[in-house]
Design a binder for this molecule. Sequence first.
Ligand code: BGC
Length: 761
Amino acid sequence: MNKVSLFGVIILLLWGCTEGRNNSSETINKWNDQPEMDHYIDSLMAKMSIDEKIGQTVLFASWWDITGPVSENNIVEDAKQGKVGAVFNALTADFIYRMQKEVVENSRLGIPLLFGYDVIHGYQTTFPTPFAMSASWDLQQIEKSCRVAAIEAAADGLNWTFAPMVDIARDPRWGRIAEGAGEDSYLGSLIAAAQVRGFQGDNLADEATVLACAKHFAAYGAAQAGRDYHTVDISERVLRDVYLPPFKAACDAGVSTYMTAFNELDGTPCSAHEHLLNDILKDQWGFDGFVVTDYTSIKEMVNHGSVADDKEAGEASINAGVDMDMQSGIFMNHLKQSIEEGKVKEGTVNEACRRILEMKYRLGLFEDPYRYCRPDEDKQSKIKSPEHFALAHEMAKKSIVLLKNEGGLLPLNKEQLNSIALIGPMTDEQKQQLGAWHTTGKPETVTTILTAFKEKLGKGTKIYTAKGCDWEGDDRSGFAEALAAAKKAEVVVMCMGERENMGGEAASRVHIDIPLIQKELIKEVYKTGKPIVLLLHNGRPLTITWENEHLPAIVECWHLGSMAGPAIADVVFGDYNPSGKLTATFPQHLGQVPIHYNMKNTGRPYNPKDDFTTRYQDCSNDPLYPFGYGLSYSSFEYSSITLDKTILEPAGNINATVLVTNTSGRDGEEVAQLYIRDLVGSVTRPVKELKGFEKLMIPAHKTVEVSFTIDAEDLAFWRKDMTFGAEEGRFQLFIGTNSDVEQSVMFELTESVDVDPYAAR
Ligand code: BGC
């Protein structure tokens, strides 16, 4: 546990503080040992035919209207015959209610359907993208955001979200980095658990909770060359050390479902990866929920070249541990024949069916199939409620990262500002602020930057606006208007970056810069000599090296959702002091990718005096902004680190303490970060690994003491012989403001310690 105490007379309890270590929350994975449920499902399954059991493993997207099918796929008719057990992309409580009623009342056994949807960052009240939210390093706020999403989705009839995406992403070319929590497994694990708690609450049968789904299992973020759906080929060690921890954390937090990944891993598509699904997830981690495939990934195995045809794909998939087939129809069309031919055991289908029925039971659907979708004005009134917008506003402020602020240009003083120019495609944009995978998010819920600036600034400040150019293309016809606006204003705020669909699925890019036309406009405005504040909107780290060299102020605003404008205005005009920190490294140049803070030292670590060390001829190894980086309007100083002891006994612990002083006259938040380096290992170890953090509110001119406790378990990794544990020897411990921290102290672990890798944490 971390300890924070404040020197001086301030009572810390008055101030916010988010703990970053040791997820102490109780697991909600409590569907073991449930005799009543077992009894119910045993008797139900005794009545089910093999076709009806297979039907439970079938999931289709909704194309249905009460008057009949709206496509060739008549899922309601199929569900009435027990051939479909779950539906996704069906929307509104009323529609879902009608569909559920039709199936429950007209099928032989009346088994209710599950209704899934991609509720990724909010339902109708849209929160910042998950990557943006991760920059808050605020687990409680993230949990609350998922809670709101669940409340709204459940009020509208849904009972299952395909979130959180917990894929570690170390390659910014990959568009889906926008959907996750960045590059670090430790932070990613804490965020994954917070998201699961937020979506599922303490009780799945609560009408305001939904099943969560940890996706995409696994290592999807390691797609070669950052190209979506591409091959993944990583070692078992990297898989276990880097990519699996957030999935394990989701399991420990009680996540109900997992979604397989599209990619292959070590030559086997993840939807038929027995080692991942049966061995690791179900046997080693003891996961008792169900596994759904990602979309048509079973069918895609034929393209992968790992099976000859659809039927074989279905067999490989269910035998490997998949329980539900999303959208390919292969389980529906082929499983029965596979059983008859002895290629799939009936018991395997029984188990998949049971796992799915258990989740329906947990949701309370057998007690009341309409629990989620029965029209209910009280529940519906919560959708887009003022409280939800207030939380979205709070989350958006906390997600913003101040990247540069030369000469204290920010915050702008709204009392003294006579004129301001707002330039760029995001200036008055609603839809693009919703971000990738906003699904049900509505553009009209978004308060734009321009609207928020108008509200914030009095009549005394003249606002000049010009779009200047589009997101991409080569139309320069708006440049003249933008330059004219810039010339008339005291300060220019440029609202630039990526369109929302430049991130997310199927949105890989080889240029991870601000698109060329916008960059050209920035350079033209720069020539006017006016002070420029760049507001960046993007779903991934960008190579903004030129902007960093030339512009005085840069604010990372991501895609912040419904309350983007007010949150940005709060930061720009100083009503909120920025506190976000990057959760993925920003490279200087694309050629450095993959670049992440926890790389290895190599046998030839960089040495400026020696050409034959690891380096580029045309760029330093340094990132533009490191992981964990972010500025504040306050300034902070760290004292040297004190250890209570330098010898760590196997069952003991060490306390590391620093004092963090706010040396400015403005209250501010700082994320103090703890990194550790294991100097010698049976396999090489990263140069630094995040092992703890503490988000502190430090009043102006005050000092806070922060302590981190380290024990042997914190030092565990997959050792050379693929056992898990900590190795004796020397460790370097760093505490500082970002991953580039240099100040460190040493301690020693006296003996190697075995740690159970599968125990719930
Ligand atoms: C995505 C998943 C998503 C699913 C259902 C797939 O294309 O990869 O993340 O949950 O579609 O919409």
